[in-house]
Design a protein around this ligand. Structure first.
Ligand SMILES: Cc1cc2nc3c(=O)[nH]c(=O)nc-3n(C[C@H](O)[C@H](O)[C@H](O)COP(=O)(O)O)c2cc1C
Length: 440
């Protein structure tokens, strides 16, 4: 591990030199046109290989419907031209909301979600023409141990975890969610997926990342006497059952998942870790799961990493931590390289699954060059931006017009968006969209 450092790269040569100095493999292509080509994703044709990754805005109405602020964010993404718009975490029921401003899809809010899907399509069409139809995926979630439906923690936990329980001061006798309750949540995912189809989304994501409820079942090594804990077959059951039921009930809908390829929490409390060396990432089970998902009809997957409330740098390499947060003991480029290595390994082991990669925002204007090299070498199918899209929603447009991004518009990885979200405030880019989201 190298010491943490902030971004100072001015040229692609400096990026190459820095990667060489740190002993990292960061592929780079000057020409980024491959990212703007039409691409097959799960049998559909998407207008380009650029994705807006799910980014919670904490700006929903009290009942969970998209507000005018939510619509503003998505109109900006739609006008920006990305081929895949992966809409943010949307609770399938009230007790699974991560904050009182999280989107929630119910019969009551269905109309609002229909409006969101319609507006995205209309804005994309107006800006880019009738042939440009972005793939619209809605991420469905239950926040599990990170639920805060009324603004204070109200955890639903699958197993006790000595690394995560202290985050909320959970006592050893804090009750575990029962199998029956997990099955109710599963059925709520299915009901929400049917509503997403009715609202006009192309697909739904059964969120299985970042330590939320479904992700926690993947790591439930210590949950005993349960259909959802212990052996691999049990730990993957909730995710696979949910996907199978959604496919049965809403056959026209694409079904996908956002997976933390590894939780980075030591074995046996985290998924994707090495039993022989508990702190080391090991993708053996992740690869097995990706191939089971492919067999279950999942043609594309979004790959993420880690648990943001525990060690956020794994998922989102940054220059600055959230105010009061710690700097990690690694260089952010090491974090970027980890994302690239994991996406490459999973794409190699499941070549038929279109993988959507993450972790590019720290690279600023060099992100597309690295993404283009990843796509050109078959190491990922689609390149996603999370914080980068919040800061620069029209990044695809600038890439199409000029072949490069404007360094004055890129994300600065300052973590203020994470800070806003943690405070339950309306979330956006405090730097590039300061009139709306600036912190004084
Ligand atoms: C403010 C904020 C909100 C996020 N919301 C979500 C979300 O709703 N669902 C999700 O899967 N990931 C979410 N993420 C993670 C991002 O999608 C993405 O994986 C992460 O920021 C790393 O990609 P990047 O380097 O392009 O930002 C969020 C991240 C941030 C900073």
């Amino acid at each position: 591990m190298a010491a943490h450092a902030i971004f100072r790269l001015r040229t692609a040569e400096e990026l190459r030199d820095e990667a060489g100095r740190l002993g990292l493999e960061i592929p780079y292509e000057e020409k980024t046109s491959i990212l703007l080509e039409m691409a097959p994703v799960a049998g559909r044709s998407v207008p380009n290989r650029l994705a807006v990754l799910p980014m919670e805005g904490a700006d929903a109405e009290a009942d969970g419907a998209p507000s005018e602020w939510t619509l503003r964010r998505y109109r900006r993404y739609a006008a920006g031209g990305s081929g895949l718009i992966w809409c943010e975490a949307t609770a399938v029921r009230r007790d699974g909301r991560s904050n009182p401003g999280q989107l929630m899809l119910t019969e009551k809010t269905l109309g609002g979600f229909g409006k969101l899907a319609d507006e995205v399509r209309a804005v994309a069409k107006k800006e880019w023409g009738p042939a440009h139809r972005p793939l619209l995926v809605l991420q469905l979630t239950h926040s599990g141990r990170f639920s805060k439906p009324e603004g204070t923690p109200s955890p639903m936990i699958v197993q006790h975890n000595p690394h995560l329980d202290p985050l909320h001061g959970l006592p050893p006798d804090y009750p575990l969610v029962s199998d029956g309750e997990l099955e109710e949540v599963r059925d709520d995912f299915v009901a929400a997926a049917e509503l997403a189809a009715a609202a006009g989304f192309d697909g739904v994501d059964v969120k299985a990342c970042h330590g939320y409820l479904v992700a926690e079942t993947l790591a439930a090594f210590n949950r005993t006497e349960s259909r959802y804990g212990g052996p691999f077959e049990n730990r993957t059951r909730l995710l696979l059952e949910t996907i199978r039921l959604i496919r049965e009930e809403a056959p026209a809908l694409l079904v996908t998942s956002r997976l933390s390829a590894s939780d980075t929490v030591p074995f046996p409390y985290g998924f994707g870790m090495d039993p022989e060396a508990p702190e080391r990432i090991d993708l053996a089970e992740t690869k097995a799961l990706v191939s089971l998902l492919a067999r279950a009809g999942v043609g594309f997957l979004s790959v993420s990493l880690g648990i943001p409330y525990w060690k956020p740098h794994f998922g989102r390499p940054f220059d600055e931590p959230v105010p009061g947060g710690k700097l990690p003991e690694e260089h952010p480029l090491e974090g970027v390289a980890r994302h690239l290595r994991i996406a490459s390994e999973l794409q190699r082991s499941s070549p038929g699954t279109a993988l959507v990669g993450a972790g590019y925002s720290w690279l600023r204007a060099f992100g597309p060059g690295v993404g283009a090299a990843m796509v050109a070498s078959g190491r990922t199918a689609v390149v996603g931006l999370g914080r980068g899209a919040l800061a620069y929603p029209d990044f695809a447009k600038d890439l199409a017009a000029r072949g490069r991004l404007d360094p004055r518009k890129v994300c600065t990885t300052c973590s203020l968006c994470s800070h806003l979200l943690r405070q339950g405030r309306r979330t956006g880019c405090a730097v590039r969209d300061a009139e709306v989201y600036g912190i004084s």
